[in-house]
Design a protein around this ligand. Structure first.
Ligand SMILES: [Zn+2]
Length: 274
């Protein structure tokens, strides 16, 4: 499944890696009571038994280069049977994986970088330079002593370390590819990067991963954030900037295809798809 659109002079395509099924929202969003969370889900017409999110991978063509942002779960089925569709989607969109010059990662969790290597240990994007924040790679390379992180550490060993000599680090605020700028947004992971491009677009990664809950309860602590307090602080800072500067948003886990914008609403925010 793919969706093409234009971002100024850039050709853009969202390619789906398929949906993920996560636990019920009150187990993820800590702070607001379950009734408030489920009320927001019901108002949006969403299931309260499970959180179901998309994986919207962005491909940008700019300055003669093809840039893919994040690449889904690969063949692992950690969150339901329907993920792992990126390569099929690229074929449907007539995009040759070997034509992709840059693989840009928001962070190194399974659902963002486990499509880097094929099952036979060869890279899915054989000609791509890999970009991410130095703090991100160094965190996972340092083998943080925490059982909860073991799966992600193993994933980094399998998907990123074999490509160590073609990894380039993105610095906060740096335009590292034509029209594409990194925005260090730590909390979800230590080196999480959002990406600004074409002047007024932002790929937000997992800073605010859920529409509507990340917007309605930006101060809530997310069970998915490595540093929950920092995650909440970063989320509120990012959403305020996106709303106040009217920056268009691509939400990786938002309802397909993830395009929209952020508004201030009541004391918090809301995501307006479209
Ligand atoms: Zn994610």
């Amino acid at each position: 499944m793919f969706h093409r659109f234009q971002v100024g002079a850039m050709n853009a395509t969202i390619v789906s890696d398929g949906p993920l099924v996560l636990p019920a929202a009150p187990r993820i969003f800590r702070g607001p009571d379950a009734a408030a969370i489920n009320g927001a889900l019901e108002a949006a017409g969403l299931d309260t038994n499970h959180v179901r999110v998309e994986q919207n991978c962005l491909l940008l063509e700019t300055g003669g280069r093809k840039i893919l942002f994040d690449n889904g779960l690969g063949s692992e089925k950690l969150y339901g049977p329907d993920s792992g569709k990126l390569m099929t989607g690229l074929a449907e969109a007539d995009i040759d994986p070997s034509s992709i010059d840059a693989l840009v990662l928001t962070h190194a969790h399974s659902d963002h970088c486990w499509g880097t290597m094929a099952d036979d240990g060869t890279p899915n994007f054989p000609n791509a330079t890999v970009y991410l924040a130095q703090a991100e790679l160094e965190f996972w390379e340092s083998n943080p002593p925490n059982e909860r992180l073991e799966r992600s550490i193993a994933g980094v060993r399998k998907h990123l370390l074999p490509l160590r000599d073609r990894i380039q680090f993105v610095r906060d605020g740096e335009e590292f590819l034509p029209g594409v700028q990194g925005w260090l947004t730590p909390g979800h992971t230590p080196g999480h990067m959002a990406y600004l491009f074409a002047g007024n677009w932002c790929l937000t990664g997992d800073v605010a991963f859920h529409d509507p809950l990340s917007y309605a309860f930006p101060e809530s602590l997310s069970a998915f954030d490595g540093d929950r307090e920092q995650g909440a602080e970063t989320r509120q800072r990012l959403l305020a900037r996106l709303a106040d500067e009217r920056i268009a948003v691509i939400g990786y886990h938002h309802p397909w295809p993830g395009l929209g914008r952020v508004e201030r609403f009541g004391g918090s925010f809301r995501f307006i798809a479209g």
